[in-house]
Design a protein around this ligand. Structure first.
Ligand code: GLA
Ligand code: ZN
Length: 678
């Protein structure tokens, strides 16, 4: 599938990063032109500006001074670079906090913050909203026809929450809109429990350690509300941008599986999804796992953007400064980190940061240009190599992965499971479980789309929904329809337990999915780390950890049975024929060995061939397809060389034919083109 370039009229893979020229205002005549030279030398075609510039752009209330930005935008245009231009709401000027304390957040314990740090404004404050609207409007008016303007970078890493009176009032409005009457809310939240019936919407307080922290429906809805606030605020921010610069796409930089915002919801409001990628590279054998986790994050961020090309908006060119141990990147890891993003559908490799500042909290965070200020550094040379490789890979721009397999990761389900009190209290391992299924699928050499319960299932051959504890409205019907029409669906233990307000389904688990699975899941045993069960399947024995569900089939065929305990002989793996399709139920948590064997068998039955067969451990493999053809990327996350067996009819990006057994050096990336008709 071919998409237009992210920046209109700029069909390149973007390469660049956060640039803070305002920190160098006093030295601008020397530094800024040098920055342009360095950017050119590094093959950087894009710089993100204005992210934290509010205090310079509006030094006093209502007095704008765009002189620095005018000059920087002109400089970028003159040098043929594009600007990712930010709205400055990520950090507010001091005068605003002093004059209007309502813009400061209130925490869950009801303490109002003092001025400081960043990402800490109240999203409800009418004053804050007005200030943001005004400066966003002024920015859009000023640069609407500027040749450098390529993309709007809205705020920075939205996150956190605010419990101030203004937010409480908006929460009440949001609840009123959702439930209509307080009686309906009380019933839906099961509030007769512990005498928690609310007399009015106004009586509801957001969850707090000094107040209500034990009402799961309240907590769940507060998380929904907080997430909604960000989408609402984002829409507020882009309203003037859309009105004045309708052709310039907008994005907000996301943070992978950050728990606080339902990114699938926010993603629907973004023109392009973008995210900040900070893998904790270790420089040793653990990097193989780091690589697979980064792969998941990329696929998730592509998913929230609707599977279109996305952007890696930030990544570190060298050691960061906030991880427990901030290691240097091993030679080659920067290329791996950059091209992995491209492989998974990013049309950009952007860094935080272009030039290191001399002061402030991030002065020792990796940058393209270090304090030494020249191109004579190892990191700069590696960045320049990435730049060169991206130019060679230009034909990839706008292409996208085309996966027939979808894996479900759902924020609302995560919120419900994060707070769920049963079994392993407060540690249901939802995200870890989805990642384990992902690693099994990727380890087999398949492309995988990540979706949530609200995404369409059409077009997929196989859909996998691990631990869908909370069923969102309509999801069970979609699964039924998908399977009835010939799809293959895989579900697991702890599925279909509760509705959207975290109320248990009457009539047994997996609630409205019982029929499609052809079984009834009666109860679930919880095992501690010393306790296990086992089962045999296709001649091998597998271990059960953490959870073992006890199911009774109602039409499903039993494929494997528990070996031990009083539930020895109960089904642990089942398959149900439903309409034209099949639904599998994995009743226990297993290791990745089982998941891999199970998916290998299942996917080959579905006629889904892997991109590459027999992938070595720690090698990521992904593909993109577009008008220029199909591209295949192989990435070695290991600190040692591995041998891969390439499919026939591929050539490397330098045009050389490669086939058969090929060695990948430690952390090496192979970018290949699949020949037409191969
Ligand atoms: C985040 C922020 C950046 C910077 C980097 C440092 O991603 O968006 O402003 O603080 O982290 O790693
Ligand atoms: Zn607030």
């Amino acid at each position: 599938m071919q998409y237009p370039p992210i920046m209109k009229g700029f069909p390149e893979l973007l390469h660049g990063g956060d640039y803070n020229p305002e920190q160098w205002l006093r030295w601008k005549d020397e530094i800024w032109p040098k920055d342009m030279e360095l950017a050119k030398a590094a093959g950087i075609n894009t710089l993100s500006v204005g992210i934290f510039s509010w205090a310079v752009l509006e030094p006093r209330e209502g007095e704008y001074d765009f002189s620095f930005l005018d000059e920087v935008m002109d400089l970028l245009a003159k040098n043929g670079r594009k600007a990712v231009l930010a709205t400055p709401s990520g950090a507010k000027p001091q005068w605003m906090a002093e004059k209007y304390p309502e813009v400061l957040r209130v925490d869950a314990e009801r303490r109002r913050a003092l001025y400081g740090t960043r990402h800490n404004h109240c999203l409800s404050s009418p004053v804050y909203r007005e200030k943001v609207r005004a400066i966003n409007t002024a920015l859009a008016e000023r640069y609407k026809d500027h040749p450098a303007l390529g993309l709007w970078h809205v705020s920075n890493e939205y996150g956190g929450e605010c419990h101030c009176p203004l937010c409480q009032a908006r929460f009440h409005e949001w609840l009123k809109e959702k439930y209509g009457t307080i009686e309906r809310l009380n019933e839906s939240w099961w509030n007769s429990f512990w005498s928690h019936l609310y007399p009015s919407f106004e009586a509801i307080e957001s969850p707090s350690p000094i107040g209500e922290c034990d009402n799961p429906a309240l907590t769940l809805n507060w998380r929904r509300f907080t997430s909604h606030q960000f989408r609402d605020f984002y829409e507020w921010e882009i309203a003037p941008l859309k009105a004045i610069t309708p052709d310039v796409p907008c994005t907000a930089n996301l943070m992978a599986a950050y728990p606080g915002i339902d990114y699938f919801d926010l993603g629907r409001a973004l023109d392009v999804s973008s995210w900040d990628n900070y893998p904790q590279w270790t420089g040793d054998s653990r990097d193989a796992r780091v690589l697979m986790d980064a792969a998941f994050n990329h696929d998730l961020m592509r998913g929230v953007g609707g599977q279109k090309p996305f952007m890696m908006m930030e990544s570190s060119p060298s050691a960061v400064n906030w991880q427990p141990v901030n290691r240097l990147r091993q030679p080659g890891v920067l290329m791996l980190q950059g091209l992995q993003a491209i492989a998974h559908g990013s049309d950009s490799v952007q860094y935080f940061q272009f030039r290191k500042g001399r002061g402030g909290a991030e002065k020792f965070h990796g940058a393209v240009v270090d304090h030494v200020g020249t191109r004579e550094t190892r990191v700069f040379r590696e960045v320049a190599e990435v730049g060169q490789r991206l130019r060679q890979l230009k034909a990839v721009t706008g292409s996208a992965p085309e996966s027939r397999i979808a894996l479900i990761y759902d924020w609302e389900n995560r919120w419900a499971l994060d707070q769920a009190a049963f079994g392993h209290k407060n540690h249901q391992k939802y995200e870890e479980t989805v990642r384990a299924h992902y690693r099994a699928l990727k380890g087999l050499g398949h492309d995988v789309d990540l979706i949530d319960q609200t995404c369409g299932l059409e077009g997929y051959t196989a859909v996998i929904g691990p631990m869908t504890y909370l069923l969102r409205p309509g999801f069970a019907e979609h699964v039924q329809h998908f399977v009835a029409e010939g799809g293959v669906y895989v579900g697991t233990y702890i599925s279909g337990w509760v509705d959207e307000d975290d109320k248990a389904f009457p009539g047994g688990w997996p609630g409205p999915l019982k029929e499609v699975f052809g079984l009834w899941d009666e109860e679930t045993d919880t095992l501690d780390e010393t306790q296990h069960n086992h089962f045999g399947w296709k001649g091998r024995t597998y271990q059960v950890d953490d959870y073992a569900a006890l199911v009774h089939t109602r039409g499903a065929e039993v494929l494997a049975l528990y070996d031990e305990n009083f539930y020895r002989g109960y089904p642990v793996l089942t398959r149900n024929v439903y309409g034209k399709g099949k639904a599998y139920y994995i009743a226990a948590r297993t290791g990745e060995d089982f998941l891999r064997d199970f998916y290998a068998d299942l996917l080959s039955r579905c006629g889904l061939d892997p991109l590459v067969k027999g992938l070595p451990e720690g090698v990521d493999c992904a593909s993109r397809a577009g008008d220029a053809g199909r591209f295949l990327f192989l990435m070695n996350g290991n600190p040692h060389a591995v041998t891969v067996c390439l499919p026939g009819g591929v050539r490397a990006e330098d045009g050389e034919a490669v086939c058969g057994l090929t060695e990948l050096r430690p952390w090496e990336v192979l970018a290949l083109r699949l020949n037409e008709g191969a």
